[in-house]
Design a protein around this ligand. Structure first.
Ligand code: C5P
Length: 217
């Protein structure tokens, strides 16, 4: 039987750790769609594409081949055959990714890949992103919208990045969320039938358990 779990929400809400933990506990595949937008951005930066030009982005993106592994304990991502798992977390990619993700044809290209991956995994998968419950998998069996207070998000992210500057991190996250929420194509927004989970005062284990319980009930 199919079990598609959509996990959406703003940057730094704990989506990745949560979605991986839920997939592991439920024996499901895991797809990180943010990593796909990041890998596309990495490849465009490498190619020297002008990221202020949506038409240039659209044209160059068509020739880029991405591959995502779906093991929640070892997610992998390749762009044109290069392992970019580490490189896509770099500041240059993070600062540029929202501009690439705003280009409609890039979204069409990646959404098609994401739907293919869901089908390839027999509709048994946790999919993490911004538009999963609304656009990629509107028929998902469960839809979670994960949020956390901006300060909590920034503190967690700064700890992950080893950065001492939580305020700069908070501003960068806010900037990315603003672009993601205001773009014309599939903006970041909670689907009508999603369940809101606020992780501000919860541990990771509590958030994972909340979602696993929801699915198992
Ligand atoms: O989740 P992560 O922070 O890695 O996502 C990076 C960026 O990719 C987001 O800020 C957003 O611009 C874009 N994204 C998106 N749609 C998704 C996943 C990510 O537009 N489904």
């Amino acid at each position: 039987t199919s079990l598609v779990v959509a996990v959406d929400g703003p940057s730094g809400s704990g989506k990745s750790s949560t979605a991986r933990g839920v997939a592991d506990r439920l024996g499901l595949a895991y797809l990180d769609t943010g990593a796909m937008y990041r890998a596309m951005t990495w490849a465009l930066l490498r190619a020297g594409t002008d990221l202020s030009d949506p038409d240039a982005i659209a044209a160059a993106a068509r020739g880029i081949h991405l591959e995502s592994g779906v093991d929640p304990l070892d997610p992998t991502i390749y762009a044109d055959g290069v392992d970019v798992a580490e490189a896509i977390r770099g500041e240059n990619v993070t600062a540029a990714v929202s501009y690439v993700a705003a280009v409609p044809s890039v979204r069409e290209q990646l959404v098609a890949m994401q739907r293919q991956s869901i089908a390839d995994n027999g509709d048994r998968i946790v999919v993490e992103g911004r538009d999963i419950g609304s656009t990629v998998a509107p028929d998902a069996d469960f839809k979670i919208y994960l949020v956390a207070d901006p300060a909590a998000r920034a503190a967690r992210r700064a700890a992950e990045d080893g950065s001492a500057d939580a305020l700069a991190t908070e501003q960068a996250l806010a900037k990315r969320d603003e672009i993601d929420s205001n773009r014309a194509a599939s903006p970041l927004a909670m689907a009508d039938d999603a369940v809101l989970v606020d992780s501000t005062y919860m541990t990771l284990e509590e958030v994972i358990a909340t979602i696993v319980d929801m699915v198992e009930q």
